[in-house]
Design a protein around this ligand. Structure first.
Ligand code: NAD
Length: 308
């Protein structure tokens, strides 16, 4: 089988070597397309690929059409909103992610951003401490759980909301207080760390009402997706409440305008970097390769995210 790694933003060299080893040790052919500048390069490269490993690369209907042999796509990472699931399912192409493999990197960034905002972007002057403050975890998945654990270690009071986890014991086992609604979470949390996926239900769901319900000094940390933010509502809330702050790993469409208007109350990383650690690169890349090898060997579809 030909297994293609197609990454516009490449894996680390070490991770690529590791992927290549797993692929060739299993008797498959390894191919690499990195730093491509045009989608036509991807369309050409997938022409004879049986399997595809990607990062934030877009797998559109056109890519699927250009890849007649393709049987499996693995997104090395958590979110898979860059893959056209419908187009893949229509061709019975299995789509997987590698859940949990980069969660620690993202969780550490979220905590780092919280401290950065509390200390006025590390500029002179009096900041505040996160110790003793409330931290609301919005979605208690792989990343959210770790942020909760690190928040507790830093002496924060941790609350969490996740409508898909109905067993309160899951939260209580971590010393986290389960909250029954998103409104209650925001109104009770000085810090909110956002970990919801971008879905039809969540797109544009965080806006003016939730943000202005936060206590004084309310700070939203977004390491999830920019699409879940109602950007006009965010700008309006920041305008009306001079104490609110927003830090994001996924620059808003209006990030430059926000930065200019609200200065040190708003921060955005230059490029999404939550999963950009050597460790996360390695974990997610190797997991993707192993999942593909396992799929071809035994038909294992444990991490499949589409249905057909
Ligand atoms: P996960 O799948 O482990 O957890 C997601 C959680 O969201 C689940 O517990 C689910 O029950 C919950 N959820 C779904 N819909 C919800 C809703 N409407 N309200 C509240 N909770 C809801 O995912 P994860 O690995 O924890 O990743 C979380 C987010 O972080 C995703 O959006 C992912 O795309 C993003 N992410 C970003 C980076 C980065 O580089 N910044 C890296 C990895 C993941």
């Amino acid at each position: 089988m030909k297994i293609l790694v197609a990454t516009e933003k490449p894996f680390s060299t070490e991770a690529v070597k590791g992927i290549e080893k797993i692929v060739s040790d299993a008797g498959h052919n390894f191919a690499l397309l990195e730093k491509y500048t045009d989608s036509s390069q991807l369309l050409e490269a997938v022409g004879d690929a049986d399997a595809l490993i990607i990062r934030s690369d877009k797998v559109t209907g056109e890519v699927v059409e250009a890849a007649p042999n393709l049987r499996i796509v693995v997104r090395a990472g958590a979110g898979y909103d860059n893959v056209d699931l419908k187009a893949c399912s229509a061709r019975k192409i299995v789509v997987m992610n590698t859940p949990g493999q980069n969660s620690n990197a993202v969780a550490e960034l979220a905590i780092g951003m919280m401290i950065y905002m509390a200390r006025n972007e590390f500029s002179p002057g009096t900041g505040s401490e996160i110790h003793g403050k409330t931290l609301g975890i919005h979605a208690y998945g792989n990343v959210g759980k770790l942020v909760a654990r690190y928040g507790k270690a830093l002496g924060m009071e941790v609350l969490a909301y996740d409508p898909f986890i109905t067993d309160k014991a899951v939260f209580e086992a971590d010393g986290v207080m389960p909250i029954g609604s998103v409104e209650e979470l925001y109104s009770q949390s000085r810090y909110v760390s956002l970990h919801i996926p971008a879905t039809d239900q969540t797109r544009g769901s965080i806006g003016y009402d939730l943000l202005t319900s936060m206590p004084k000094g309310g700070t939203l940390i977004n390491t999830a997706r920019k699409e879940v933010i109602d950007e006009a509502g965010l700008a309006w809330a920041l305008e009306e409440r001079p104490d609110l702050k927003y830090a994001t790993d996924i620059a808003a469409g209006n990030q430059a305008e926000l930065a200019q208007k609200f200065g040190k109350r708003v921060f955005g990383t230059a490029k999404k970097m939550g999963a950009e650690t050597a460790e996360a690169n390695m974990n997610a890349g190797l997991a993707a390769a192993r999942q593909i090898v396992d799929f071809f060997e035994s038909g294992n579809t444990r991490f499949q995210v589409n249905n057909f």
